[in-house]
Design a binder for this molecule. Structure first.
Ligand code: FAD
Length: 400
């Protein structure tokens, strides 16, 4: 079947990359992106760390591992082709004690199983040649990672979609989705749109938007805020590129790290603290609907009961700059609290199961005449073009 119109709900990087790829696979169709905010990329896409991640951390065989490895390659090519600011500067992951050295070896094995080339095990001396201010027992150098301006990627994707004759509409929050005679009728606060096929990529609201179409809300989005500090200009010499700790394998978060930003400056963070609002960028932001949605979900309580220490430590680190600084000093001992100034924050859309498990993999769910992206956490920005291709192919398969 050749659909006349495919609507993509959500103008973050995943929705835009999907529309771009759908435009290529369905050149005869009209592809329309509906975004609730006044500009695309206003949420996770516009509040992330700006890192190009490859497939180091992800379980071999997972969708995430496959799309991360393909995705970084395609994203770097896309940036080169369109003159988007990026720098494949490489990163190091640093183990500071013996248990971490063992976990770092596991990461190396994982990265190799995912097909990463050029991973390099560094002893302390070699590590200090790259990052002289870092102390640790060992490090893993990941040469293909880097930094990028995702705002620019977003803008170029919009241009590409429009140049192909397709559309991106802002200020169009989808509030109703009805299936009538094998087509979709979507209502926003201002307009109505018809679609033969629907793809939802609604980030922090992905569970709610898919539910609008009648899909079951099997997992719930739980918002985890990631807060950053910035390093004062006179102390930025402490960090050359990207310095990461060895992450806790239980969690999909990478631990607070140092990132040189593509337009200058160094960020430290993000942490991962439970947020009281899905779009709550400040500690004091509270949204009653979001809060009730989270606390009425048994999965959240099961998660807290299973990981009380982690939940508490993240809260403490969010409230205490000293605690945040102590985490960073494990990697760069010369860092002082006075070197840090408060930076921005982002909120991660993290799908959680009823059992309290964080969903690690990217997750897509098919519905009648629809495909829903229900979990697209990091590195979905890096992998967005590969995710878009995957979705476009799934849509084609479903339609055929
Ligand atoms: C703190 C932080 C750091 C991160 N660091 C990195 C990193 O360095 N590298 C990396 O690869 N990834 C990183 N990520 C992850 C990455 O940013 C996300 O995985 C990615 O941006 C997800 O894109 P998205 O389009 O799915 O979501 P979003 O960017 O959140 O977009 C979803 C869009 O849907 C819209 N929407 C929602 N509901 C509706 C509705 N009803 N109608 C219309 N529109 C709607 C929203 O307004 C939003 O614009 C980070 C994330 C965070 C939060």
């Amino acid at each position: 079947m050749k659909p006349k119109r495919i609507v993509v709900v959500g103008g973050g990087i995943v929705g835009l990359a999907t529309a771009h790829k759908l435009g290529r696979l369905f050149p005869q169709s009209n592809i329309v992106v509906l975004e609730k905010e006044g500009r695309p990329g206003a949420h996770q896409t516009g509040h992330n760390s700006g890192v190009l991640h490859c497939g180091l951390y992800y379980k071999p065989g997972s969708i995430k591992a496959r799309l991360a490895v393909e995705g970084i390659r395609e994203m770097v090519q896309f940036c080169r082709h369109h003159g988007i600011h990026h720098d494949v500067c490489g990163k190091i992951v640093v183990a500071v004690d013996e248990p971490e050295v063992k976990r770092l070896r596991d990461l190396e094995t994982r990265g190799k199983a995912n097909g990463l080339k050029g991973l390099e095990w560094l002893e302390p001396e070699a590590m200090r040649e790259i990052e002289p201010n870092v102390t640790g027992r060992a490090a893993l150098k990941v040469p293909q990672e880097g930094i990028v301006d995702y705002g620019q990627v977003t803008a170029v994707l919009v241009e590409q979609i429009q140049a192909a004759g397709n559309e991106v509409h802002c200020h169009e929050k989808v509030t109703v989705a009805q299936r009538i005679h094998q087509r979709w009728l979507l209502q926003t606060q201002r307009n109505e749109f018809h679609a033969d096929y629907l793809v939802t990529c609604a980030g922090l609201h992905s569970d709610r938007v898919s539910e609008l179409t009648g899909a079951r809300r099997d997992v719930r989005i739980i918002p985890f805020r990631g807060e950053y500090y910035q390093i004062k200009p006179e102390r930025q010499h402490l960090v050359n590129h990207l310095i990461y700790p060895v992450p806790d394998p239980e969690f999909p978060f990478l631990g607070v790290h140092f990132t040189r930003m593509i337009h200058g400056g160094i960020e430290a963070g993000p942490n991962a603290v439970l947020a009281l609002a899905r779009e709550g960028y400040r500690k004091t932001d509270l949204n009653v609907v979001d809060l009730v949605d989270a606390v009425s979900y048994p999965g959240l309580w099961r998660f807290i009961a299973r990981y009380p220490r982690m939940t508490f430590l993240e809260l403490w680190r969010s409230l205490s700059k000293k605690r945040f600084c102590t985490s960073l000093q494990r990697l760069v001992p010369a860092l002082r609290m006075s070197d840090l100034t408060t930076g921005g924050a982002g909120v991660r859309a993290q799908a959680m199961s009823l059992e309290g498990d964080l969903v690690h993999d990217f997750a897509f769910v098919d519905g009648p005449g629809a495909l829903h992206v229900v979990n697209a956490p990091s590195p979905a920005a890096t992998a967005s073009l590969a995710i878009g291709q995957e979705i476009a192919e799934r849509v084609k398969y479903n339609l055929d």
